[in-house]
Design a protein around this ligand. Structure first.
Ligand SMILES: C[S@@+](CC[C@H](N)C(=O)[O-])C[C@H]1O[C@@H](n2cnc3c(N)ncnc32)[C@H](O)[C@@H]1O
Length: 245
C-alpha cells in the first residue's frame, strides 16, 4: 500500500499545487480545530504526504514534524519546504509505530486523511498515545465512512443526485477503480464506531466532532457533493485519568 502512495505521490503533489478545492477544504476543516497560535507547541503530523498540514502548523509557530512511510511523499514535502521555509521537519516513518518519534515528545498529533490508510488502527492509536504528553490532543480527518464506503456511487433516480452506499459494515482494504481518484492507492474502510471505540479504549476523551458540508468552491468543483459531508473531523484529548493501566 505504501508502494501505491509512492507511485501516486507525483500526481498527488501536482494536484495540490495546481489548486484543488476539495484538498483545501480538507486542510482547512482540520486546521479550524487547532489553535491559531501554536507558538511553543510541538506537533507531529502523521501521514503528512506532501506536508501541507505540517507547514500550516509550523506557520502557526509550532515545532512541526511530518512523518509518512512513502519516501516520495517526503521528498515532495522537503522540496516544498526548501522552496518556502517554515521550519517544518520530515521523516520517513510508519504511523503504526512512529519509531522515529520519542515517547511523550509532542503536544499535538494531527492526521489529515491518513488514519484511513493505516493497516492497523489499534497500533496507530497506541503509537500516537505513546508519543503524546498527557493532556495532549489529536485532531484528525477521515473520509466520511458512511458516504465513502467501498463501492459507494451516485444515482439520479430520485431526480437529483443521491449517494448510494452499500457494504458500510464490511471493513477492510479496498481500492477505487477511478483512475483519477486518490483512493486508487487504497483505503482501509472502517465503521465510525470502530474509530471511536479504539480511541476510547486507549484513554482518549472526545473533545469535538464535526461533519462540515462542502463550501462553495467545493460545490463549484463537484456539484453533486452539495450538502453531503465528505469528511469527519475529530478532536480527542489524552486524559491522565483515562489511561488504561
Ligand atoms: C490522502 S494522503 C493525505 C496526505 C496529507 N495528510 C494531506 O492532507 O494531504 C494519505 C497519506 O497517508 C499515508 N499513509 C499510508 N500508509 C500510512 C501509514 N501506515 N502510516 C502513516 N501514513 C500512511 C500515505 O503515504 C499518504 O501520504
Amino acid at each position: 500500500m505504501v508502494d501505491a502512495w509512492d507511485e501516486i505521490a507525483d500526481w498527488y503533489a501536482e494536484r495540490l499545487h495546481a489548486g484543488s478545492a476539495m484538498h483545501e477544504f480538507a486542510r482547512d476543516i482540520l486546521l479550524e480545530h487547532l489553535p491559531a497560535d501554536l507558538d511553543g507547541e510541538r506537533v507531529v503530523d502523521v501521514g503528512c504526504g506532501e506536508g501541507l498540514l505540517t507547514r500550516a502548523a509550523a506557520e502557526r509557530g509550532a515545532k512541526a514534524l511530518g512523518i509518512d512511510p512513502a519516501q516520495r511523499m517526503i521528498e515532495h514535502a522537503l522540496a516544498a519546504e526548501a522552496a518556502h521555509q517554515t521550519g517544518a521537519e520530515y521523516a520517513v516513518d510508519d504511523g503504526c509505530t512512529l519509531a522515529t518519534v520519542p515517547s511523550g515528545s509532542t503536544d499535538w498529533v494531527i492526521a489529515g486523511l491518513s488514519l484511513n490508510n493505516v493497516p492497523d488502527l489499534s497500533a496507530a492509536i497506541q503509537a500516537i498515545r505513546r508519543v503524546l504528553v498527557v493532556g495532549g490532543q489529536v485532531v484528525f480527518t477521515i473520509p466520511h465512512p458512511c458516504f465513502e464506503a467501498p463501492g459507494a456511487n451516485w444515482t439520479d433516480q430520485a431526480g437529483s443526485p443521491r449517494r448510494v452506499v452499500g457494504d458500510y459494515a464490511t471493513e477492510g482494504f479496498w481500492r477505487s477503480t477511478n483512475p483519477q481518484g486518490v483512493r486508487r492507492a487504497g483505503n482501509q474502510h472502517r465503521m465510525l464506531s470502530t474509530y471511536v471505540t479504539a480511541l476510547i479504549g486507549n484513554g482518549f476523551v472526545l473533545e469535538a466532532m464535526a461533519e462540515p458540508v462542502p463550501d462553495e468552491s467545493v460545490v463549484a468543483e463537484q456539484p453533486r457533493r452539495a450538502g453531503l459531508p465528505p469528511f469527519i473531523v475529530v478532536r480527542v484529548r489524552l486524559d491522565a485519568n483515562e489511561i488504561p493501566g
